[in-house]
Design a protein around this ligand. Structure first.
Ligand code: 6PG
Length: 249
């Protein structure tokens, strides 16, 4: 694993660098295998990246017709719900590109039984990546954010999702939000060719310092689970989120 931590003045600067990494990963994957498989992130930070990718100069460089979009996690809501990660990615990215619906593999979070949604997505990954039993999908790039308590994907502190290493996708009860989520597990993230965290805001500073510089306590700080064994790990943070880091990078 190669890890790089870079501090930028603001989210716009993070997005610029993330767009360069995204584009480079896409070009490389298409050169190597004719397809770019990316796991999109939820939350709000990715929106700045999406806005850059659908505009020049990045738009012209992206092989949209050879992209397959997946989701690292999803809220347990229908795809048209305001909280839906699929809806956010569709509105801010997919709808502004030539990407066709059949290139987008969403988590069917409208299913009342979140476990069924998780099993269904697990099957989607197995099919799309042509996995043999026990194999993990290898995303060319997984985009991630981090919550102010160190969660990533929907891997929240102290939840059963942190230990479901036999699974690719699980449902998880998130008590603090009083809601269920569906999420890829850490082994899936860790099999990616590249994982890119985009983290912004002073409220994230204590957790980011703990994740990067504190003791290894992944049950408290699930972002510490993300260590792609044969992949690149990028932390792109703004100066507010990185303000407590002792090593100035
Ligand atoms: C989600 C994400 C989650 C997100 C972080 C950061 O579904 O909400 O998967 O892990 O990346 O909560 O969110 P922001 O980018 O909004 O700070």
């Amino acid at each position: 694993m190669s890890r790089s931590i870079q501090i930028f003045p603001d989210v716009a600067a993070i997005a610029q660098h993330a767009a360069a990494i995204f584009t480079s990963a896409a070009e490389q994957a298409v050169r190597d295998r004719g397809v770019f498989r990316v796991a999109m992130a939820g939350g709000s930070t990715p929106k700045a990246l999406h806005a850059l990718l659908v505009a020049e100069p990045f738009r012209a460089q992206l092989p949209f017709e050879k992209m397959q979009l997946f989701f690292g996690d999803e809220r347990h809501v229908p795809p048209d719900h305001a909280e839906s990660n699929f809806r956010m990615v569709s509105e801010t990215f997919v709808s502004k590109t030539p990407i066709k619906p059949e290139q987008v593999f969403r988590i069917k979070a409208e299913l009342q039984d979140a476990e069924r949604a998780a099993l269904d997505y697990e099957q989607t990954l197995k099919t799309q990546f042509a996995l043999k039993p026990g194999e993990l999908p290898r995303f060319d790039l997984m985009l991630l954010g981090m919550g102010n308590e160190g969660h990533t994907l929907s891997l929240f502190p102290g939840t059963t999702a942190l230990r479901d290493n036999g699974r690719l996708v699980v449902r998880t009860w998130v008590g603090k939000l009083f809601t269920e989520r569906i999420t890829c597990t850490a082994p899936v993230a860790n099999n990616s060719a590249a994982v890119l965290f985009m983290i912004a805001g002073a409220d994230k500073a204590p957790a980011l310092k703990a994740v990067l510089e504190g003791p290894c306590e992944p049950d408290q700080l699930p972002s510490q689970l993300i260590q792609p064994a044969n992949g690149k790990l990028f932390f792109l943070v703004d100066s507010a989120a990185g303000g407590m880091l002792s090593n100035k990078f």
